[in-house]
Design a protein around this ligand. Structure first.
Ligand code: KIV
Ligand code: ZN
Length: 519
């Protein structure tokens, strides 16, 4: 068992739940391929446990967890389950092929959850916990038990449950702050109390799992570790239910930068944090807040003259960690229309991209086009171009051209040319506003039933010539997918984002609408 002796650095295990608690929050749905890509990156980054999903929730979740279990090289792959037998068996089946696997069982233990949500007595919840852990241990040696709403649970009952499930074979005990209600002092004390009072507590690793409803998820997680927990459950960018979960990048860097206050170490390669943040943001279409700690685009930006002056004299005046330590390159190479292919390639490499010659050719041509239209091309502009190029590599429906007539006198009209499976088709459509006209033209060219659930516009950089980045979420047949499109023209970006989402739906359905439209 890990000791709490703080003279040397104790190892804290990082349990990432981006693909489960993160993915289950409204609007963060990822496709199968996106989940695999995120899992691969988490594994490469050194995450100890990847909670890949909730296998009993749907066939899609089951398939994703199984595939992640098969391909993950280093991390333990966990599947979530309620205490019911079918959930446990599905979770066991899904993680069966992992090198190292875990079943994670949760059940509510607080009075309010047991009475209203479960409609069970405490004794029934205790019996369900013991039976489910026993069943899971018959499948797998590594079993985690979580007391959902643990911070609002009566401590005596919590201790009874913890003792019983450890006896039944649970190897990790998680006490979640499910509703983001606790405070650092309270959470630290809770772990100390439970570990002291439960006679067999030394037979399990204790875990924190904090939600951010009061903005204290990271502080609470660190306090739980001070109280003796040695596993932190967290998500990239802090995505998760409601206000989200503790952000992985923040807990990792807090322990690294303030090792004097938090003498713990993790196995995370922190130079991959920015890449992971971008990947999750792209897959979910959840933008990262500019001033987000560690991975926000302003986290290492200095604008005021006084700060810049200080930075020029010594970087430690205003920076407590090196940007490179989290994967941000400090060098600001300004790219413009005079830049050549070699400089562009080296810029991409510096930004962490490795493109094939064909991809490079494609992106370089689009970069030149953008540089002709925009005064300064920022790193974010290049990133948007490359990400879009990668995301659309297998698209069957592509935008060839778009002309829109807009203004005070409607109806607004869009004339659109698309390439559908190599054939070019053109259509005109009116709309109640230019965006509506653009989307109507797509519907005329690729008839479909999908419903537009979200339409958001952001500027990639500053200025009136900034690239617009549009996010679109479409839903059809019980699936919802999101995609982004970027272009200095907001309407072109809108068309690209809509087509991106439509392509994802087409790729995932057996009814090939695009095929029909092209015939
Ligand atoms: O927040 C929570 O309680 C959870 C459990 C399923 C661990 O996510
Ligand atoms: Zn949670």
């Amino acid at each position: 068992m890990t000791s709490t002796n703080q003279t040397t650095k104790d190892r804290v295990v990082i349990f990432d739940t981006t693909l489960r608690d993160g993915e289950q929050c409204p609007g963060a749905t990822m496709t199968f391929e996106e989940k695999l890509a995120v899992a691969d990156l988490l594994d490469e980054m050194g995450v100890d446990i990847i909670e890949a999903g909730y296998p009993a929730a749907s066939n899609g979740d089951f398939e994703a967890v199984s595939e992640i279990a098969r391909r993950t090289k280093r991390a333990i792959v966990a599947g979530l389950a309620r205490t019911i037998p079918n959930d446990i068996d599905r979770a066991g089946e899904a993680v069966r092929f992992a090198e190292r696997s875990r079943i994670h069982i949760f059940v509510s233990t607080s009075p309010v959850h047991m009475k209203y949500k479960l409609q069970k007595t405490p004794d029934e919840v205790l019996a369900m916990s013991i039976a489910s852990v026993t069943r899971a241990r018959n499948l797998i040696d590594d079993v985690e038990w979580s007391a959902e709403d643990g911070t609002r649970t009566e401590v005596d009952f919590l201790c009874r449950c913890v003792e019983a499930v450890i006896k039944a074979g649970a190897t990790t005990i998680n006490i979640p702050d499910t509703v983001g209600y606790t405070t650092p002092d309270e959470y630290r004390a809770l772990f100390r109390t439970v570990r002291e009072r439960v006679p067999n507590s030394d037979k399990a690793v204790f875990s924190v799992h904090c939600h951010n409803d009061l903005g204290m998820a990271v502080a609470n997680s660190l306090a739980g570790v001070e109280g003796g927990a040695r596993q932190i459950e967290c998500t990239i960018n802090g995505i998760g239910e409601r206000a989200g979960n503790a952000a992985l990048e923040e807990v990792v860097m807090a322990m690294r930068v303030r090792g004097d206050a938090y003498p713990y170490e993790t196995g995370i390669d922190s130079t991959m944090l920015t890449r992971a943040s971008k990947m999750v943001s792209n897959a979910t279409s959840f933008p990262v807040q500019y001033n987000k700690a560690i991975v926000g685009r302003n986290a290492f930006a200095h604008e005021s003259g006084i700060h810049q002056d200080g930075m020029l004299k010594h970087t430690q005046t205003y920076e407590i960690m090196e940007p490179q330590s989290v994967g941000v390159s400090k060098t600001s190479l300004v790219m413009g229309k005079h830049s050549g292919r070699a400089a562009f390639r080296s810029k991409l490499e510096e930004m962490g991209y490795r493109l094939s010659d064909n991809q490079l050719q494609d992106v370089f041509a689009r970069f030149k086009d953008l540089a002709d239209r925009k005064k300064v091309v920022y790193d974010e502009d290049i990133e948007a171009l490359v990400d879009e190029n990668i995301a659309t590599a297998h698209d069957r429906v592509r935008l060839v051209s778009l002309t829109v007539i807009a203004g005070t006198r409607g109806p607004q009209r869009a004339t659109m040319r698309l390439d559908i499976d190599g054939r070019q088709v053109t259509e005109e459509a009116d709309g109640n506003g230019p965006v509506d006209a653009v989307f109507n033209a797509i519907k005329a060219l690729v008839p479909h039933e999908a419903v537009l659930e979200l339409y958001q516009v952001h500027a990639v950089t500053e200025g009136t010539d900034a690239q617009a980045e549009v996010s679109v979420r479409l839903a059809a047949d019980g699936r919802s997918v999101t995609a982004r499109g970027a272009d200095p023209d907001t309407l072109v970006a809108s068309a690209k984002a809509y087509l991106g989402a439509l392509n994802k739906l087409i790729a995932g359905t057996s009814r090939m609408h695009a095929q029909h439209a092209a015939e």
